[in-house]
Each structure stands twice: as C-alpha cells, then as structure tokens.
Design a protein around this ligand. Structure first.
Ligand code: KG4
Ligand code: ZN
Length: 389
C-alpha cells in the first residue's frame, strides 16, 4: 500500500465563523454513515452497520464492505437528508472521510461525496477520521432515539439513527485524547481547537483488536469486545494475571499483541477452563482488566506530563463499561475533567466527520465560503494510510 501525505486543500482560519450546513459521509470501515450538520448541530446522522455480515467471517472482509457501502450509501444519504429536513439546495458543503481506512470502503463514500459536491457546486473537504474522533467527545446528544429508528430498515442490517446532538466548544480546553477502536489505539494532545499532536500509538494490535482476537480464542463471536464487556461484569478481574504491555515503557506507545499471545498460550495449557462458564467470565474480566489498566494508566500519565486538565476518549472500545468507569474514577482522583464520547458516537459515524468539516469550513478565510468546489479538492484521492501527525 502506498502511503502519501494528505491532498486535502489547506484552509485559512479566521475567528469569525459563519453557520454552514454540511452533508458528511463516513465509509472508512464497516459502517455506512451519512449526517447533516448545521452550525454545530447534528440535524441527522444515519448509520447502517455491517457487523452482522462480517461476523460470519470473523472480521471485516474489505470487498464485502465495499459492496455493502455501495448498496447502502444512497438510501442512507436520502434518509439523512429527509430526517434533517434539509434540501440539497440548502447545503453549503460536502465532506467525507479521506483516510485512514480500508481503501475499497473509503473510495465509496469519498467519491460519492465528491460527485455530490461537483453536482451541487459546493466546496468539498476530505477529513481525517482520527481528527474527527478527537472532537466527538464535545458532541452532546440531546434528542431521544425514536423507536422506529432502532429497527433494521436497510437490507436487513442493524441500522440506527443517532439522536440529535450539538457540538459545544464553548468550554473547550486543551486535553489529552485517547482514541481506541478496533483499528487504532492512540494518545493525542489537543492543544487548541483544530491543533493537535500525536503523543503515541499502537505498535501492533489495537486494543479493540485485542478484545476481538482474545474473544475469538475463547470461542466468542466477532466482534468480541461487547461480549467480553458483558461477561466480565460477573467475572473476577484478579482471577488470572495477564501482562500489561508497555505499561512502564516511558513513552505513550501501546502494544497489545503480547497480551493476545499470552492468552493464546494460557488457553493452550489450560483448555478445560473453556468448559466452565464462570471461568470464562473470569477470563473475560481478567483480560479486560489488563487492557483497561494499560489504557487508563498511560492516558493519565500522558495528561499529567502534558500539563492539561482535561482527558477525552472516543472510538468503539470507549463503549466498554470498565474503561469508562475506571477513567472516571482515576480522573476524579487526579483532578482531571473527563469527557467521554456519548456511546452512540463512540463507534464510527458521519456526525463527527460533519462536525469537524463544518468547523473547518465555517472558519474559512473571512467567513466567506468558496462558491465552487476547488478542482484540487475534486481531484484529491483517498488516503488509506493517512497518519495523524
Ligand atoms: O470504532 P469502531 O466501531 O471501529 C473501528 O475499529 O474503527 O470500534 C470497533 C471495536 C471492535 O474491536 C469492538 O470489539 C470494540 O470496538 N468494542 C468494544 C466494545 N464495544 C465495541 N470493546 C470492548 N467493550 C465494548 N463494550
Ligand atoms: Zn473510528
């Protein structure tokens, strides 16, 4: 895979943002999502998840993901516009995840968004998926999820509409942000809005991948993270002592493949454990405790060293209840303000892409949006290996 720098057009920021309405697309992995965002408000955000489809294969199959995005993108976009009650002529800009992600999956949303921008003659902006995660903890979910939105409506996939939300940056403060998902684990210092620096990231497996792979070793279905969370609730986290990789490494990097290997050898040597339901719960609690311990300890250490008073967290693993409560406990103890992404916004969604895109577009030079999409933005390509700097 070729890794290259971002081709997103650079934007000049001013201090006088103007309200803009953005149509945002997210297809970096296995969620097809489209959102409409206006002036910091999420008017609609529709997510069509492919989890059930990929569960059969024990992981995301890129070619299948791309086909599903292709099938679902238009109905998801139509639903998002309808629910937002926004006409295409009211849009001021179009955004899409440019990277990182699965190339074939990214292509679907990115090219569709560029085509929409071209037809609507509106500015187009490519967004770094991880940069968008950084701001999702600042989105407060305010609406109530209507019952109808919990049902599967698109091709029998599990679809959900994220409740209406509002991004509130009025009390924004510098923070250390933990992004923790199936593909990534990283710590980022967010010094001010739209200004950040990556402190460390995983050298091998991501934390979510560790949940999923150790779960698979125990015979749990993909993705195992939520099931480990559930089983761990009635397990003893001290029953088994698994390693805490890089806990005292002196840097902000992570490594979880050693923990996975340790669980593999432990189960090879103690296969009978898997015949005992309580032992499985204990295993889940012990593995979860090791992952959470590393994540929380390193996050707090980075926050202390960075001299910030705020910690934020986002990404699918932030749904984990032990991680949420342990972050809360330690942040309270150490005097940090904690902002966790709302559960519905932890996993991949276009709302966070739209919020960041709107933020960037709204702060365009002198508050005047370009009347046309730039040819540079329409010619730009996906960037599957786009590393957040
Ligand atoms: O952010 P996400 O939806 O997708 C990407 O990987 O980008 O994260 C999915 C990951 C999976 O590894 C899944 O097992 C994990 O998040 N996950 C959890 C929980 N819910 C989702 N891990 C632990 N506990 C959970 N409750
Ligand atoms: Zn993500």
């Amino acid at each position: 895979m070729e890794f290259h720098g971002s081709t997103t057009p650079s934007i000049q920021y001013s201090t006088t943002p103007v309200p803009v309405t953005v149509l945002a697309f997210e297809t970096s992995c296995d969620e097809t999502s489209v959102a409409v965002v206006r002036d910091g408000k999420v008017l609609s955000s529709v997510v069509s998840s492919q989890i059930k489809l990929h569960a059969e294969y024990g992981g995301v199959v890129p070619e299948l993901a791309a086909r599903e995005h292709l099938r679902n993108l238009l109905p998801v976009a139509q639903t998002a516009l309808r629910e937002a009650q926004v006409g295409a002529n009211e849009l001021d800009g179009v955004a899409a995840t440019q990277g990182p992600g699965l190339p074939t999956a990214l292509l679907i949303g990115f090219r569709a968004a560029q085509a929409a921008a071209f037809v609507l003659r509106k500015p187009f902006i490519g967004i770094n998926h991880h940069e968008a995660h950084l701001y999702s903890p600042w989105i407060t979910v305010s609406g109530v999820l209507p019952a109808s939105c919990r049902q599967n409506t698109l091709h029998n996939r599990s679809d959900k509409k994220i409740p209406l939300g509002q991004a509130d940056f009025s009390d924004f403060e510098p923070n250390v942000s933990l992004i923790v998902s199936g593909g990534h684990t990283m710590l980022v210092l967010v010094e001010s809005e739209l200004k950040h620096r990556v402190l460390g990231s995983t050298m091998d497996d991501a934390a979510g991948e560790c949940f999923d792979k150790t779960g698979k070793l125990m015979g749990l279905a993909y993705p195992a993270g939520p099931e480990i969370d559930r089983l761990a609730e009635q397990g003893n986290p001290k029953a088994f002592d698994f390693p805490r990789p890089l806990l005292n490494s002196g840097n902000d990097d992570f490594s979880f493949s050693g923990l996975k290997t340790s669980v593999r050898y432990f189960l090879r040597d103690n296969p009978a454990l898997l015949d005992d339901a309580q032992k499985i719960r204990d295993l889940c609690a012990s593995i979860q405790a090791a992952i959470v311990d590393v994540l929380v300890t390193k996050t707090i250490r980075a926050a202390k060293r960075s001299d910030v008073r705020c910690v934020t967290a986002s990404g699918g693993v932030t749904c984990n209840r032990a991680l949420r409560s342990e972050l809360k406990r330690v942040c309270d103890r150490e005097g940090f303000t904690l902002r966790l992404a709302e559960r519905s916004l932890c996993t991949d969604n276009a709302a966070m892409i739209g919020i960041l895109a709107e933020r960037k577009l709204a702060q365009c030079a002198a508050g005047i949006l370009p009347a046309e999409p730039s040819s540079e933005s329409l010619d730009s390509d996906i960037n599957p290996g786009w590393v957040l700097a």
